[in-house]
Write a protein of this length. Structure first.
Length: 299
């Protein structure tokens, strides 16, 4: 790793508040890319390895922010932690980049409060786990939203740990994209768990081979998201439908019967099956699944 002082002096300094697993990964990536780094953490001992790599520590969040000449990055536990850390700090003229996981409304509120105190603000949603940070080949990236000029000014610095994707000037949009993708992931994990539960009692079934089949199938079905997007954009929920909602709702009876035969609780599937059935009873059996989006929104 290059710790040459002249190399660091040409890079934008970064101030990082929070050294959990993700914060520590970000810190290593910025140091590896040659950025001067100031860190603060509630437990100072966690900064030891980073100091040996060239980071400097600040005694308090306020001191860290006061000395910042580049982006001040927050990677903390939650929104309450961010509020606590920023309380009493001088934010005038500072560039705040919040990478703490939160809701869209929390991001918007933090943007308003930060800007009222004289700061420029970006919110971020990290689409990666710590081992992916600093390794572009893994495909990790961060959603950003808020001040576009601020994003462009610091884009090269922000891209040192992971790719950077700007989602718009609404400060809540990075968190919205983050939560939406994570929600889809959670639903996928639910389906995977149900699938493995179905085969779990079969002693002669190769689970590794089954996992390969499952992965290939989910990858093939993931393309349906584009079709749903097109239907939601056009308002025509029958556009391009191959397997209509009535057919899928009827097929759900077989899935439930198989779950009963295998002594598997279907609770991970039944809420969505109920939505499908409800849409069919409303007279929309010729549609695809796009109509269930409105049911989730209560419209």
């Amino acid at each position: 790793m290059d710790h040459d002082t002249s190399s660091r002096s040409s890079r934008t300094p970064v101030t990082l508040l929070g050294l959990g697993d993700m914060g520590t990964a970000l810190a290593h990536a910025w140091l590896a890319a040659g950025h001067p780094l100031t860190v603060w953490n509630r437990t100072p001992a966690k900064a030891g390895a980073l100091v040996r790599e060239g980071a400097r520590t600040a005694p308090t969040p306020a001191a860290a922010i006061a000395s910042a000449t580049g982006p001040v990055v927050l990677c903390l536990l939650d929104d309450a932690s961010v509020t606590e850390v920023l309380d009493g700090a001088g934010l005038g003229g500072k560039d705040l980049v919040n990478l703490t996981t939160g809701t869209p409304e929390q991001a918007r509120d933090l943007a308003r409060r930060s800007e009222a105190r004289g700061a420029r603000f970006l919110d971020g949603g990290i689409m990666a786990v710590p081992p992916m940070i600093g390794r572009p080949e893994t495909g990790g990236y961060v959603f950003y939203s808020g001040d576009r000029e601020l994003f462009e000014r610091h884009r090269e610095t922000l891209e040192a740990p992971a790719g950077a994707r700007f989602t718009g000037t609404d400060p809540g949009h990075a968190a919205l994209h983050d939560v939406a993708l994570l929600s889809a992931m959670t639903g996928m994990f639910a389906g995977i768990a149900h699938a493995f539960a179905l085969v779990d009692d079969e002693k002669d079934l190769d689970r590794t081979a089954f996992a390969a089949l499952l992965t290939d199938w989910l990858r093939a079905m993931a393309g349906s998201a584009q079709g749903m997007a097109a239907q939601l954009e056009s308002g025509d929920y029958t556009e391009g439908v191959v397997s209509n909602l009535a057919m899928m709702a009827a097929g759900n009876d077989t899935l439930l019967a198989a779950a009963a035969d295998q002594s598997v609780d279907p609770r991970l599937l039944t809420p969505y099956m109920d939505l499908m059935r409800r849409r069919v009873t409303q007279g929309h059996g010729a549609e695809g699944l796009a109509g269930t989006v409105g049911l989730l929104r209560g419209v």
